[in-house]
Design a protein around this ligand. Structure first.
Ligand code: HEM
Length: 154
């Protein structure tokens, strides 16, 4: 049972968080390029698609903490420090994505569609929040593998 849950948890992390990382990182430069090219419909379409990938896979990504909590409870490790820290960091990453990254992407997509331009500063701020999101979940991945303080640690 533990093996199945853990496999699904890791699979969900790869399948869901991977695409969000790539698409979210590509979004700010793609938005700047689309703005530079006037109202190039293809470039705006790319930006819209990147946002859609982020939104859809963020939804799929909810499975990661759900399966993680199930794995942790079956293993009886939910109280361990490394896991409590991981849960807090996962919540912080989800918060940054839901409160800053996705809404700002949406604003930029609308601006591009409406007036074919974006404010340079807003793409820079978005890139900052995207970097923070990536840093948070990458830290969680390291914690998941190293499990500091755990006797089953790597
Ligand atoms: C609420 C959040 C989460 C919980 C409760 C959770 C829980 C767990 C548990 C209990 C394990 C098994 C550790 C062991 O074998 O002793 C695990 C492994 C793992 N988790 Fe998570 N997890 C969470 C979020 C994440 C996130 C956000 C990622 C990456 C995006 C992630 C990636 C991994 C990976 C790669 C492993 C395999 C580590 C290994 O076996 O070497 N987890 N997780």
């Amino acid at each position: 049972m533990t093996e199945i849950l853990l496999s699904l948890h890791v699979l969900a992390a790869i399948v869901a968080v991977g695409p969000v990382t790539v698409a979210a990182s590509m979004f700010p430069p793609a938005a700047r390029r689309a703005a530079g090219g006037g109202s190039d419909a293809g470039a705006v379409g790319t930006v819209r698609l990147l946002h859609r990938i982020c939104r859809v896979y963020a939804g799929v990504g909810v499975a990661v903490p759900v399966l993680g909590l199930a794995t942790g409870s079956v293993m009886g490790v939910l109280g361990s420090g490394w896991l409590v820290t991981s849960i807090a960091l996962t919540a912080a990453a989800a918060g940054v994505l839901a409160a800053f990254v996705l809404p700002r992407q949406e604003e930029l997509v609308e601006q591009l569609a409406d007036r074919g331009s974006v404010e340079h500063g807003s793409t820079v701020r978005l890139a900052l929040f995207t970097g923070l999101f990536n840093l948070l979940w990458a830290t969680v991945t390291v914690l998941m593998i190293v499990r500091p303080g755990s006797t089953t640690g790597a």
